[in-house]
Design a protein around this ligand. Structure first.
Ligand SMILES: [Ca+2]
Length: 352
């Protein structure tokens, strides 16, 4: 090798080593630093109420073990009652072949309001388009709320990311019983709320917040850094026949399962809203954790209306900062739809 090329090789390996060092030392403390956060490794708990879009989000997350160190799935009543959301979380675990991840069942009903479900969108079993069955592996012993308290108390300061894909009842109960658990949390990334888009369960409210607005209030006031993926963004990231065909064409079972779920699931929203495709709400949370640069948001003050009436469950988003209250949420309003589906498809291709 001529001297000059060897010098160049040495220089590039030196630069590479420096870059590697930079990557290991500059992992962003919050996902707000989008460029660095695209490489963040999350110690993750996923709180969920599967739910067709939850199942897709869970498969997406379980296919990304190098970035998402999933400690547990915790389930809550929401799209369907707790026994079915817990069964469906265990089904997703079985389909992803991740027996290492425990599933804890949590709250069977919201804090105060009458329970509501969304079987009209997710089907009576909570998953559309595929046959459900009893998975082999059972639930973990103990309650999800106790698990959250125990785990967050034992965790190093600001170390655990919590992805929240359903009503926020479990964390609200944990925060009420053990306010000190805030210390262990790094960030909450939750699908919920609506502002520019309007609601999907009432004209003003999004389902997850409407299903337990009192819990959402507790969570939003917790002081933990929060990123919300509301209908404002999920209704901009829509399926198309081509996008679903790509998933189906992967050739693995997971690609077929996701395509079958989506084909059935998007029908309701396409008809109801007159949209050209359907949103995959909860999966945007996982995409945000893996590649936050796909999304754009603003730090704003968000409060929940929990008074009875037409605004029940509405998220009041102070987009222009007129109230001069402290910002408590990174509210995501924009997302790269093709980037989302490319990432989802690439990750699902890794599964059995
Ligand atoms: Ca959900």
């Amino acid at each position: 090798m001529p001297l000059s090329s060897r010098w160049k090789a040495d220089l590039s390996s030196f630069l590479l080593a420096g870059f590697a060092l930079l990557m290991t030392t500059s992992i962003a403390p919050t996902a707000a630093h989008a460029a660095d956060a695209n490489t963040t490794v999350h110690t993750l708990i996923i709180d969920t109420d599967p739910g067709a879009d939850d199942v897709i989000a869970l498969l997406f997350a379980m296919a990304s073990p190098e970035r998402l160190k999933i400690q547990a799935l915790t389930t809550v009543a929401g799209n369907v009652p707790l026994a079915k959301t817990s069964r469906n979380a265990r089904l997703a675990r079985e389909w992803a072949k991740r027996p290492d991840i425990p599933v804890y069942a949590g709250a069977p009903r919201p804090l105060l309001r009458t329970p509501i479900y969304a079987a009209d969108v997710h089907g009576s079993e909570g998953i559309t388009g595929v046959k459900v069955f009893e998975p082999k592996q059972p639930l973990a012993d103990g309650n999800a709320v106790d698990y959250l308290i125990r785990t967050l108390r034992a965790a190093p300061e600001k170390s655990v990311t919590l992805a929240m894909l359903g009503p926020e009842t479990n964390l609200a109960l944990a925060l009420t019983q053990a306010p000190d658990i805030v210390r262990g949390l790094r960030e909450l990334v939750l699908m919920g709320g609506a502002h520019f888009n309007g609601g999907n369960i009432t004209p003003t409210a999004e389902f997850n917040v409407f299903a337990d607005p009192h819990a959402a209030e507790i969570v939003l006031k917790s002081g933990v850094p929060i990123t919300m993926l509301p209908l404002d963004v999920t209704h901009k990231i829509l399926t198309s026949p081509e996008r679903i065909a790509k998933l189906r064409g992967l050739g693995n079972q997971a690609g077929k399962t996701v395509a079958d779920i989506l084909d059935a699931y998007v029908q309701h929203d396409m008809q109801y809203y007159g949209l050209p495709g359907g949103p995959v709400h909860d999966a945007t949370v996982i995409a945000y954790l893996l590649q936050p640069s796909l999304f754009k948001g603003r730090q704003v003050n968000v409060e929940v209306d929990s008074r009875e009436g037409i605004g029940f469950g509405q998220t009041a988003v102070d987009w222009y900062g007129g109230l001069k209250r402290p910002a408590n949420v990174n509210w995501i309003a924009e997302g790269d739809a093709q980037g989302f589906f490319d990432l989802l498809t690439q990750r699902i291709s890794r599964l059995p």
